[in-house]
Ligand binder design. Structure first.
Ligand SMILES: C[S@@+](CC[C@H](N)C(=O)[O-])C[C@H]1O[C@@H](n2cnc3c(N)ncnc32)[C@H](O)[C@@H]1O
Length: 182
């Protein structure tokens, strides 16, 4: 994995929307200093698939490092990441994954409840929010939650997101005022 070749060796791995667990398995394959892994996934069959993949991995690799692993069936917007940041503040962290790419207005039109609780996280004016300037990709919101929650820890964030999400994050750097180094 690219990160391992850069001498990145996390102790804590977070996959905020872990799906079938591909990034978790890749982390287990490539990093041998992990102490804890936390995966979160809203779709229950994927939670099970991730758990079975992890068991398969250890059956095939019985001598590999065995971190404590927690895969939670939970909405990423309800999960208590702050507790992890508090508990493991001095550890080296890796946030990794590919959050879902869908906008809140698209979800709204699908009548989905896959939305953060009503929040004006970018401080848009009421008018901007009404005219759609307040529209955002939920991957952007997940990325922001990760940056804000873990900004006081040493480590890395590797999330596959659209270019527009990165542009928005860079554009809003002053406003969100996080300790992010690119
Ligand atoms: C692009 S996939 C991630 C795939 C994953 N990295 C893997 O290895 O399979 C996005 C995942 O986000 C999950 N998801 C969507 N909304 C979510 C939410 N609000 N909370 C947690 N997971 C969510 C989807 O069920 C899907 O599995």
């Amino acid at each position: 994995m690219h990160l391992a070749s850069k001498n990145i060796s996390p102790e804590i791995v977070i996959e905020p929307t872990c799906g079938k667990g591909n990034f978790i398995i890749a982390s287990l394959c490539n990093f041998n200093n992990i102490k804890n892994i936390f995966g979160v996934e809203i779709y229950k069959p994927y939670v099970w698939e991730t758990k079975f993949s992890i068991i398969n991995f250890f059956l095939a690799n019985p001598n590999s490092n065995k971190p404590e692993i927690s895969i939670s069936h939970c909405n990423v917007f309800d999960f208590n990441f702050k507790q992890i940041a508090k508990q493991y503040l001095s550890k080296e962290i890796l946030v990794i994954g590919n959050p879902p790419w869908v906008t809140n207005s698209k979800l709204g039109s699908l009548n989905s409840d896959n939305l953060p609780k009503k929040t004006n996280f970018k401080n848009h004016s009421g008018l901007d929010a009404m005219t759609g300037k307040g529209n955002f990709d939920i991957a952007e919101f997940i990325t922001l939650i990760m940056i804000e929650t873990f900004q006081n820890m040493n480590g890395n964030l590797l999330l596959l997101v659209k270019n527009s999400v990165i542009k928005n994050l860079v554009f809003d750097q002053n406003k969100i005022n996080t300790k992010l180094h690119q």
